[in-house]
Design a protein around this ligand. Structure first.
Ligand code: AR6
Length: 200
């Protein structure tokens, strides 16, 4: 499922040096993080993270794809959740998906950094509360909600790096996957990953 060898890839760290964050290499953390380009509904992980809206009742984009693949049980469970505020996250079962759970988070409309950070942080909290070991994130807010891709990637990776550093005893979390769909986000993550998770 996972693309291995990410950190030995051809990516140059020079390309983004102007605004490089200064994170030291930590191979233990690097091992937990992967990039994959695929349809997130195909991933067999403990949880996939949906870019939902506040109603939690489905929509277009990745949300629509997840609801279609999961089947009507997902919509029924979402109905009972009574929505989700922007920056928050809620969990359901995965129903007909290969993933066991769906963490539904609602990103901001437009470039509101605090709310996007909150969406990732709340997803990590929900992951921990539910003892989830492997998680795949879609690129929250970067489609219909119009958050520019590179700043959104920075928020995703910075939040992840900090969360991993703040939870050094979470041995049970063994994989955090960034699931990109279109080529533009793949390019963004290939450039940013070595800045937040530098190779040896
Ligand atoms: N697998 C993985 N990623 C996907 C898939 C897929 N099957 N389909 C799209 N993406 P968006 P948002 C990528 O618009 O910007 C919905 O209607 C897509 O290329 O799905 O947070 C909700 O109901 C993009 O990079 O979510 C909300 O109303 C990323 O997923 C609203 O859109 C997110 O794009 C949320 O907008």
């Amino acid at each position: 499922v996972y693309e291995k060898g990410l950190f030995k890839s051809r990516v140059s760290r020079k390309s983004n040096s102007q605004s490089s964050p200064q994170f030291p290499c930590n191979e233990k953390l690097n091992e937990k993080v992967s990039l994959i380009q695929t349809d997130i509904t195909k991933l067999k992980v403990d949880a996939i993270v949906n870019a939902a809206n506040e109603s939690l009742l489905g929509g277009g984009g990745v949300d629509g794809a997840i609801h279609r693949a999961a089947g009507p049980g997902l919509r029924r469970e979402c109905w009972d959740l009574d929505g989700c505020r922007t920056g928050d996250a809620k969990i359901t079962k995965g129903y007909d998906l290969p993933a066991k759970h769906v963490i539904h988070t609602v990103g901001p409309i437009g470039e509101k950094e605090g709310l996007l950070r909150s969406a990732y942080e709340r997803s990590f909290q929900v992951m921990t509360e539910n003892k989830i070991k492997s998680i795949a994130f879609s690129n929250i807010s970067t489609g219909v909600y119009g958050y520019p891709r590179t700043p959104a990637g920075r928020v995703a990776l910075e939040t992840t790096r900090k969360w991993l550093e703040d939870h050094p005893n979470l041995e049970e979390v063994d994989r955090i996957i960034f699931c990109v769909f279109e080529d533009e986000n793949k390019v963004v993550y290939e450039e940013l990953l070595p800045l937040y998770f530098p190779p040896p």
